[in-house]
Design a protein around this ligand. Structure first.
Ligand SMILES: C[S@@+](CC[C@H](N)C(=O)[O-])C[C@H]1O[C@@H](n2cnc3c(N)ncnc32)[C@H](O)[C@@H]1O
Length: 213
C-alpha cells in the first residue's frame, strides 16, 4: 500500500532489536507496544516472533498509518492499533506480560515519560517486563557526539524533548515498582533497557530504589 508511512531508521534498527526480543521475550505471550509510530517495527517483530500476540498503540494521528501496515501484513498475531496516550490512559487496553516501546522517551516530555512508567508499572503483573529502546545518557553525559547533536536538534524543535538520563528512567521505574534488570548496548549509540515488575505485596519502593542506584 502506498499510503503506509515509512521511517528508514526503523528498518535499520529492527534486526538488532529483534535479537534482544528473541531472548527477553522468549517466555512472553502478550506484548503491548507504546508509540508504535509507523507500525514497521510491529510488523517485523510479530512476523519473527509468532509466539507473541503483539498489540500496537499510539496517539490518534498515528493510528491510520499503523493500521495500513497491520492490514497489509495480515498476521494472526498482530492486532490493529488502539489509541493510547500515556498522559490520559489509566489502564492498559488488555492484559499483557510485556510492554515494548522504541524511541519514545526523548520525544515525550518528561512528565509523559514518568506517566509511561506509572502506566506500565500499574498494569504489568509481577515479573512483567518493560523494554525501552532508544538513546540514553549515562550519569548525565552523552554517550557520543552524535547523540549530543541529536539532543540539540530535538531541543531546538521543542525544548520539552531530549535524550533522557538512564538514572532518571530508573528512578521513574523504581517509583512504579519496576527494577532494571539489564541494559543492552545497541548499534548507533542506542540501548535497550529492561525493567521487571516487582511483586506487589513485597514492593515498598526501597528495593526498586536500590535498583536505581
Ligand atoms: C520517534 S517516534 C517512534 C516511533 C517508533 N516506535 C519507532 O521507533 O520508529 C515517537 C512516537 O511516540 C509517540 N508518542 C508521543 N507522545 C506520546 C504519548 N503521550 N503517548 C503515547 N505515544 C506517544 C508518537 O506518536 C510517536 O509515534
Amino acid at each position: 500500500m502506498s499510503d503506509k508511512p515509512f521511517a528508514p531508521a526503523a528498518n535499520r534498527n529492527r534486526e538488532p532489536i529483534l535479537e534482544v526480543l528473541r531472548s527477553e521475550f522468549a517466555d512472553r505471550h502478550r506484548v503491548l507496544e507504546i508509540g508504535s509510530g509507523t507500525g514497521q517495527h510491529a510488523v517485523w517483530f510479530a512476523h519473527h516472533l509468532r509466539h507473541l500476540a503483539w498489540q500496537t498503540s499510539d496517539l490518534q494521528d498515528r493510528l491510520a498509518g499503523i493500521s495500513a501496515w497491520v492490514s497489509s501484513a495480515a498476521l494472526a498475531n498482530l492486532a490493529q492499533p488502539v489509541e493510547l496516550d500515556v498522559m490520559s490512559t489509566t489502564d492498559l487496553p488488555g492484559n499483557y506480560d510485556a510492554v515494548f516501546s522504541a524511541n519514545t522517551a526523548h520525544i515525550m516530555d518528561i512528565d509523559a515519560v514518568r506517566e509511561m512508567f506509572r502506566l506500565v508499572g500499574r498494569s504489568l503483573p509481577e515479573g512483567g517486563k518493560f523494554l525501552l529502546y532508544g538513546p540514553f545518557n549515562m550519569q548525565g553525559r552523552f554517550t557520543s557526539e552524535s547523540n549530543q547533536a541529536f539532543d540539540a536538534s530535538l531541543r531546538a524543535q521543542d525544548p520539552s524533548m531530549g535524550i533522557r538520563d538512564i538514572e532518571v528512567l530508573d528512578r521513574f521505574g523504581s517509583e512504579a515498582g519496576l527494577a532494571r534488570s539489564d541494559l543492552y548496548a545497541m548499534p548507533a549509540n542506542n540501548f535497550v533497557a529492561v525493567w521487571i515488575r516487582a511483586g506487589r505485596s513485597g514492593f515498598q519502593g526501597d528495593a526498586a530504589a536500590d535498583a536505581a542506584s
